[in-house]
Ligand binder design. Structure first.
Ligand SMILES: Nc1ncnc2c1ncn2[C@@H]1O[C@H](COP(=O)(O)OP(=O)(O)OP(=O)(O)O)[C@@H](O)[C@H]1O
Ligand SMILES: O=P(O)(O)OC[C@H]1O[C@H](OP(=O)(O)OP(=O)(O)O)[C@H](O)[C@@H]1O
Ligand SMILES: [Mg+2]
Length: 282
């Protein structure tokens, strides 16, 4: 039997969360960060632990079937790979920044020296707008390049903004890109077995964003209550061993679950519980 070949970040911001979601999806994951590959024969998958920057390339070449990487890294690579699922972690924006007070809009980029680790994204952006500037590729710690005199402007990943602040820099202009971790496959190629893999991972994402809600309510209020908790196909309504009362069970979005509990309590529901879901197939 041929195995689905999946690339996973071996280091950096995405590595831990990527392994976590795969483990939650029922796959074996390495226990030693020095392991380069791992076969999960039972589930028909082989994992390759690679630098996140290289993953789009392997998938684009067709050497590996599926990869987890950042949208920014995928775009930067120019690889022939496409996004198949947003994974909801590793969120960041990609932005231009300069010394506090010095730049206010992207029109000022012309003629500047721009340092970045994402030369592909920056060149494409400048080209699209017909802006002429010098782009220098650095491997990391890009924020120091202005103070050290090799650049006037940087273009980098910004998450909390604290690295920029510490370097006396601020962002300017619109974000170039909103990024997050994504599942990628080769352009126009959906490998056999990928659908099962994707459904498993998607099931974990849904499970993370929903909770199961249970409550008891008088029958006369069921219609109002069910409008608040419609569930996926519809809520389960079961008889209670109490005249005129029923039990309701429905999946609800995790965000806002507390507010929903307040509202349900307000219309007479009691015994309101939420429980975590660990996996699902909708
Ligand atoms: N705070 C963050 N810092 C860096 N990258 C982040 C952050 N949040 C999300 N990311 C995403 O992580 C990916 C960068 O992967 P990378 O392995 O380069 O991480 P890293 O933390 O920069 O690792 P390293 O610096 O060791 O190379 C990008 O897709 C980027 O958008
Ligand atoms: O907005 P913040 O929350 O401060 O995060 C953004 C910073 O984190 C990353 O750096 P990383 O630690 O990966 O170091 P690197 O620049 O050497 O890659 C990124 O390159 C920014 O420098
Ligand atoms: Mg980094």
């Amino acid at each position: 039997m041929s195995l689905l070949r999946v690339a996973v970040p071996n280091k950096g911001s995405l590595s831990q969360s990527a392994s976590d979601i795969l483990r939650e999806s029922g796959y074996r994951q390495r226990t030693d960060s020095k392991e380069l590959t791992l076969i999960d024969a039972e589930n028909g998958v082989e994992f390759f632990y690679l630098r996140p920057r290289d993953i789009a390339l392997y998938v684009g070449e067709g050497t590996l079937d599926v990869g987890i990487t950042g949208r920014d890294l995928l775009r930067d690579s120019g690889a022939k790979a496409e996004e198949s699922l947003n994974l909801g972690f590793g969120r960041s924006t990609f932005r231009f920044a300069g010394p506090v007070g010095k730049f206010t809009d992207l029109g000022q980029l012309a003629g500047t020296r721009i340092a970045t680790s994402y030369v592909g994204i920056v060149r494409a952006f400048l080209e699209e707008r017909g802006i002429e500037a010098t782009v220098t590729r650095l491997d990391g710690a890009v924020e120091s390049s202005i103070q050290l005199g090799v650049a006037d402007v940087i273009a980098d990943v910004v998450e909390t903004g604290s690295t920029l602040r510490q370097a006396g820099l601020e962002t300017f202009g619109e974000p170039i890109l909103e990024s997050e971790a994504v599942l990628i496959t080769r352009n126009g190629n959906v490998p056999a077995d990928f659908e099962i893999f994707k459904r498993r991972v998607d099931g974990v994402l849904v499970a993370r964003s929903f909770v199961m809600m249970d409550y008891d309510i008088e029958e006369q209020h069921v219609t109002t209550a069910v409008a608040l908790t419609p569930g996926i196909e519809g809520p389960t309504i079961s008889p209670l061993h109490r005249e005129g009362w029923v039990a309701v069970r429905a999946m609800v979005p995790r965000a806002g679950a507390q507010r929903l509990m307040d509202e349900l309590y307000g219309i007479g529901a009691r015994g309101i519980l939420t429980t975590d879901i660990h996996a699902c197939r909708l």
